[in-house]
Write a protein that binds this ligand. Structure first.
Ligand SMILES: [Zn+2]
Ligand SMILES: [Zn+2]
Length: 178
């Protein structure tokens, strides 16, 4: 299987590979473009940025986004509109950016080909991940192209049919007793 789990070196502050927060110097260099995202549930990760950077030998500076993202928001990038799907599980503020017009989704560390983002890091939750897969990913149409944060591209249809985590999320909740 080509799908790789997000390794421990994964830096959540990438905004889950979708809309990356940047530091002030970068903002200035880019001509003052607004910093949109991540989801506000990533605030603790952002606040910890400098310390986490040190651990990896990366000089990082904290920045406050101009706009925190939330479920149902839309983000416009160069004329393309992305819908924000809040998909906690890998991290509390993980988001999938869905381009409905062009039928593709940037799934970051939520969904990979044949796998999902790991849920054992601080802030991760397998229960939340399963709910995200069930409520946010499975409703997407089969022809939606999936561009994950790690590994090769795939489609929702392929993952719906073969991804063990999606298959698990489709199972009805177990009923207790009778
Ligand atoms: Zn990652
Ligand atoms: Zn990650």
């Amino acid at each position: 299987m080509g799908g790789k789990r997000c390794r421990s070196r994964c830096r959540h502050w990438k905004g889950d590979e979708a809309i990356a927060p940047a530091n002030k110097a970068l903002r200035q260099r880019l001509g003052g473009i607004p910093i949109e995202g991540p989801h506000e549930h990533e605030r603790p990760l952002l606040d910890n940025l400098e310390k986490q950077g040190e651990a990896y030998g990366i000089e990082a500076r904290v920045v406050t986004p101009d706009r925190w993202l939330a479920e149902g928001d839309t983000v416009n990038v160069a004329g393309h509109t992305f819908e924000v799907l809040h998909c906690p599980g890998h991290s509390p503020g993980s988001v999938v950016m869905f381009n409905r017009d062009q039928r593709f989704a940037l799934t970051g560390d939520v969904l990979f080909q044949g796998s999902i983002g790991r849920t054992d890091l601080p802030g991760g939750s397998m229960t939340a991940m399963t709910a995200s897969l069930r409520d946010r990913i499975l409703p997407l149409a089969d022809d939606t192209i999936v561009l994950p944060g790690h590994g090769p591209a795939t489609t929702i249809g392929r993952e719906r049919a073969t991804n063990p985590y999606l298959l698990e999320a489709m199972r009805p909740a177990p009923t207790r007793g009778l």
